[in-house]
Design a protein around this ligand. Structure first.
Ligand code: MOS
Length: 704
């Protein structure tokens, strides 16, 4: 395939407020989500799958008695580790289910029930009786058991970094802030629970597997499961035309996907459909590990940092390693000659953690930005001024210049708009009736990333129209819309002339809708393909001619560090007698490159801010370490911000275009909204009350 070095776009549709191209399908109910596919999609008359999950945290399955279940008139089969099809590759401990009798966490899949209806499958699952031999388990994250050093930190970062002499610098510092900050377990809860449909077939004597999956990346699912099933990638097709959110939990295939593929292998070609329940999502589809951040900042009296240390303790699972990159933002955020970061894990007998919006940056920046607020108070410097005094000239982590670091402009723009100059510096100095009132600020950052291996196909249609294809998934962010805008500009036509096909692994390869890298990666591939097409075929092509091209790597990444930045402001009111926290005003100002579509971009940034507010005030999964599971297993007990909790909230961005990073000028917006937001709220509660809280969420008991 041709690799094409992209040139900047002539932006016309890019930047305009195109309405969502799939908006009508969605609001009229014609958009089909994974389990809604049927006869028209070659998955008619499916069997329904229900997952039976373990009730012990560690041990062995002695036997699975499915006799009562199979006596149920609707139940077709019960499959356990003795009867499940064998997997060729079992190296992924999360996905290699039903291959032996081992139980590695409570909530692990131990049997599958297939039935004619979803209701019968659920009843059948309740009739399955599994007997276990339990072993002692460890499910509690503590400072004394989080001592294991992972090889690398997700996705491929150094586990530890060490520059200069942090201990000496802390010894000589005028002021030291040394505190531990804690964040709880959090569970991604996209509106659409995880769901998968699978059907096995045959093509030219080779087995084929066709799936609909609620995923953030169709090619990633193929790459994960094909080798496990002994298939070549071209034998597996995964589609995800509509996805109701993911927040990282659909960034990789989880065990339910392989469960559905295995179950469908046994039905003689009949499709199998699985809807994971909300409760099962709390053990099967990933979550953010709890974190402990031991932060030490050393500074001069004027607030200039001389040392930054961020030592992280968190957990992984026994069967698959995942290390949240919690200290990574402390490596690049502020200037300091002496800096040290580390990650240590407890390997627990618990469900496998995974990506959740801004993995690493979210808990890490909560810790660092709260510590910076503590330093501002300790040296008596305004929190915005303190951050300005610690602006680095180059990226402290790589030594490369930033392209483009506009944090200070975000802070100033936000301060103007928020009315920061009216703030009285002393904490606990404003009361309004029964409410303490305060304001807080925090910085935000997120790396700009373009994934390799993306390609797109452009084909000329009749009447000056173009078909543009790439396997990217729109998880509700508006990708379908912005890719249409990018394709239109790249081909020099209006958006009406573009027929975009996405979300199918039979289309040219696309990276995951994650890491805030989707638009950058897929958009660059579309521009590359369009520019190559125009070089090959000109601007008046014959219908039917086509070009497929991939985007060449960006040589500028050798020269520059690419990050986005932002500033988050919050006002908090804390009730004097009950400790209730309300947040009447939030503002985020961002430098994220060019905005491709203001409406969908605002939704991403506001969504991130709301999720950060939610983390600040409510979100906490409570694990009962005696039994090993999370007891908050639904949205009644796992609290997320509702409409009544979100009061004044605004997001804006600096006018800019980073064409050194992508031909569109965009850098990525999916995650930065959640970064720093919990710290801004926490810092506002400190300013309101004088009470410094160092563990999320900011529940009422902290303040009374
Ligand atoms: Mo995001 S947690 O990279 O899907």
């Amino acid at each position: 395939m041709i690799e094409h070095p992209t040139r900047p776009l002539d932006a016309r549709a890019v930047g305009a407020d195109l309405r969502r191209v799939d908006g009508v399908e969605k609001v009229t109910g014609r958009a089909s989500y994974a389990v809604e596919h049927g006869a028209g999609d070659d998955v008619a008359d499916p069997l329904h799958l229900w997952l039976v999950t373990s009730t012990i945290a560690k041990g062995r399955v002695v036997d699975v008695d499915g006799s009562a279940a199979t006596a149920h008139p609707g139940v077709v089969a019960v499959i356990d580790h003795t009867s499940a099809p064998r997997l060729v590759d079992t190296s992924n401990g999360e996905l290699a289910i039903l291959q032996d009798d081992a139980v590695a966490f409570r909530g692990q899949i131990v049997a599958l029930v297939l039935a004619e209806t979803s209701e019968a499958a659920r009843e059948g699952a309740a009739l399955v009786h599994a007997r276990y031999r339990a072993e002692a388990h460890e499910a509690e994250l503590r400072e004394d058991n989080a001592t294991y050093k992972p090889e690398v930190v997700n996705p491929s970062m150094d586990t530890d970094t060490d520059e200069g002499d942090v201990d000496a610098a802390l010894g000589e510092a005028d002021v030291v802030v040394a505190q531990t900050y804690r964040t709880p377990y959090e569970h991604n809860n996209p509106l659409e629970p995880h769901a998968t449909v699978a059907r096995w077939g045959e093509d030219g004597g080779r087995p084929t597997l066709s799936m609909f999956d609620s995923t953030q990346g169709v090619h990633g699912v193929v790459q994960a499961i094909a080798p496990m099933l002994g298939l070549e990638p071209d034998q597996v097709r995964v589609r995800a035309p509509y996805v109701g959110g993911g927040f990282g939990s659909k960034g990789e295939a989880h065990a339910h996907v392989i469960a559905t593929a295995l179950a469908a292998r046994t039905t003689g070609g009949r499709p199998v459909t699985l809807a994971v329940t909300r409760q099962q999502m709390f053990s099967l589809t990933g979550y953010r590990t709890a974190t402990l951040s031991h932060v030490r900042l050393g500074a001069r009296l004027d607030g200039t940092l001389t040392a930054v240390e961020h030592a992280v303790q968190e957990q992984t699972s026994a069967i698959r390693e995942f290390a949240e990159q919690t200290a990574s933002p402390s490596r690049m955020m502020y200037a300091a000659p002496n800096r040290r970061t580390s990650h240590r894990l407890a390997q627990l007998d618990v469900a496998v953690p995974s990506w959740m919006r801004a993995p690493g940056e979210m808990p890490g920046m909560y810790a660092q930005e709260t510590a910076m607020d503590e330093l501002a108070a300790a040296v008596g410097v305004d929190p915005i001024e303190l951050r300005e005094r610690n602006e680095p000239q180059v990226d402290p982590e790589t030594g490369k210049p930033f392209h483009d670091r506009r944090l200070v402009e975000c802070l100033h723009r936000g301060a103007d708009r928020f009315g920061w100059d009216r703030r009285r510096p002393a904490p606990r100095s404003t009361v309004d009736g029964d409410w303490w009132v305060g304001t807080g600020v925090a910085s935000a950052t997120y790396p700009a990333m373009r994934s390799p291996g993306n390609a797109a196909r452009v084909r000329a249609l009749d009447g000056g129209r173009y078909a543009v294809a790439i396997g990217a998934v729109d998880i509700g962010t508006g990708a379908r819309t912005v890719l249409t805008q990018i394709a239109a500009d790249a081909l020099g036509v209006g958006t009406d002339a573009i027929e975009l096909a996405i979300a199918d692994s039979s289309l040219p390869p696309a990276s995951v809708a994650g890491g805030s890298s989707g638009t950058s990666s897929w958009g660059t591939a579309i521009v590359a393909a369009a520019q190559q097409f125009r070089e090959d075929h000109g601007d008046a092509p014959d219908a039917g001619v086509e070009t497929t091209a991939s985007a060449a790597a960006n040589p500028a990444t050798e020269e520059y560090a690419f990050h986005s930045f932002g500033a988050v402001f919050a006002e908090a009111r804390v009730h004097r007698w009950t400790g209730e926290v309300r947040v009447p005003r939030m503002l985020g100002v961002y430098s994220v490159g060019r905005i491709v579509n203001p409406t969908t971009a605002r939704s991403q940034l506001l969504g991130g801010l709301v999720m950060g507010l939610s983390a600040a005030l409510f979100e906490e999964s409570y694990r009962d370490s005696r039994f090993g599971h999370v007891v908050t297993q639904d949205l009644a007990t796992y609290h997320v911000a509702s409409h009544a909790d979100v009061l004044g909230i605004e997001a804006e961005w600096l006018e800019e275009s980073d064409e050194v990073f992508t031909p569109m000028g965009s850098r990525g917006i999916g995650e930065i909204g959640i970064v720093g937001t919990a710290a801004a709220v926490a810092n506002a509660t400190f300013h309101a009350t004088g009470v410094r809280v160092r563990d999320l969420p900011l529940t009422a008991d902290h303040f009374v």
